[in-house]
Design a protein around this ligand. Structure first.
Ligand code: AMP
Length: 373
């Protein structure tokens, strides 16, 4: 353990504990290396891709009190790569190590309803919404919000899972049944032009670093492409950056977060509607690895270490393509493609829908002066 007496900053040689052993944990551990920090991954899956990039691994369940205590005692700070960390897990860790980002970021972002309340209170536009606990609630909310609309479970939804579309009040019983009758939120359908996201890092001292806005395209509810710059006005891009900053500050967040946004209208009518917050490094920020002064992973590590952030100046236009399932078989061609930076996650089995890697295609910034190209 570190014996630094100051306000929670780590020293080189200290250890960052990471809950979750997927590709995000792996890329966090890979970013910690050059900063002289070690990582200890905690994950129940013995074949976690992050294990091979970290110094230490614990294979145990997220409710294993003894394993969590030993893990927390062995590290200098704990962070996480996924937002569904059980509150119980945090309770076992908290007496032994600081947790960054903190409990507030997780508790608000784990529940779509509290997330929507939080965004609304922060003055950020969201789709019209209502809390749903029964088919009757759903019928009443549909009368209010109108159809089409989307019903989403409050908890544990991702990549389009735990949600279903409704076209009229006749769909109410079917839709509530389809999401398993769980507590849910009904959202009005937003007629968006494009989807984008803002990725922001916030340090222990409250300083923020905002990445350029990415434009996101999905296939089968899974992110397929992120492109920077996004096809939005400069004014909207500035607003999105401010929005990200406001969310991070209002959460008192330490580390990276992403806010997924709908862009509605264009020209002077362009405006932003927030969809959801991911209180962690995010797939739509992967472009930063090859396009900026410091990736989202480096800034997350710096933030949770209590170190200064790097201003993430963008050096390239970038297209990030996710390699999903058998896409990864294209690796030889991608390795040979000029301007393409391949990132593979070391997963042994390329199942359909599984994120296996990504490629960042960089190009000189289109509107930069010739001398900079
Ligand atoms: P989510 O799980 O909330 O990120 O939603 C997955 C995807 O569904 C989003 O990226 C959108 O493409 C679409 N979607 C979700 N909510 C809405 C909405 N209220 N209006 C329109 N499209 C939506």
């Amino acid at each position: 353990m570190s014996d630094i007496p100051t306000a929670g900053a780590l020293s080189p040689g200290d250890t960052i504990g990471i809950l979750g052993g997927g590709q995000l944990g792996r890329m966090l551990a890979l970013a910690a290396g050059p900063l002289g920090l070690d990582c200890h991954i905690f994950c129940p899956d013995p074949d976690s891709p992050a294990f091979r990039a970290a110094k230490t691994a614990t294979v145990a369940d997220y409710t294993d009190a003894a394993a969590l205590k030993a893990f927390a005692e062995a590290v200098d700070v704990v962070t996480y790569e996924f937002e569904n960390v059980p509150a119980e897990t945090l309770a076992h860790i908290a007496p032994h190590a600081p947790i960054r980002p903190g409990e507030r970021s997780l508790s608000i972002c784990q529940d779509r309803l509290s997330e929507k309340h939080f965004l609304t209170e922060a003055g950020i536009a969201v789709a019209p919404y209502a809390a749903i606990d029964s088919v009757d609630d759903l019928k009443a909310a549909l009368a209010d919000i109108g159809a089409p609309a989307i019903l989403k479970t409050r908890r544990f939804g991702y990549d389009g899972k735990g949600q279903t579309k409704l076209h009229s009040a006749d769909d109410a019983a079917r839709a509530f049944d389809e999401i398993g009758g769980q507590p849910a939120v009904l959202e009005g359908l937003v007629d968006f032009r494009i989807e984008c996201s803002v990725v922001v890092a916030r340090g222990l001292d409250g300083a923020t670093a905002v990445y350029d806005i990415a434009e996101n395209a999905h296939a089968n509810h899974i992110l397929k492409f992120s492109r920077v710059p996004a096809a939005i006005s400069e004014k909207t891009a500035t607003e999105a950056g401010e929005l990200g900053r406001r969310v991070a500050t209002a959460l008192d967040h330490i580390g990276v977060l992403a806010v997924e946004l709908f862009v509605v209208g264009d020209g002077a009518d362009e405006r932003l509607v927030a969809n959801e917050i991911a209180p962690r490094v995010h797939n739509s920020g992967h472009w930063s690895q090859d396009g900026t002064a410091a990736s989202q992973f480096e800034n997350h590590i710096r933030a949770v270490a209590g170190w200064p952030l790097v201003a993430p100046a963008r050096h390239f236009d970038v297209e990030m393509e996710n390699l999903i399932g058998a896409d990864v078989d294209r690796w030889p061609a991608l390795l040979a493609e000029p301007g393409a930076h391949l990132h593979l996650y070391g997963k042994r089995e390329a199942r359909a829908g599984r994120k296996m890697g990504h490629v960042n295609r960089v190009r000189p910034i289109a509107n930069a002066p010739k001398s900079m190209r």
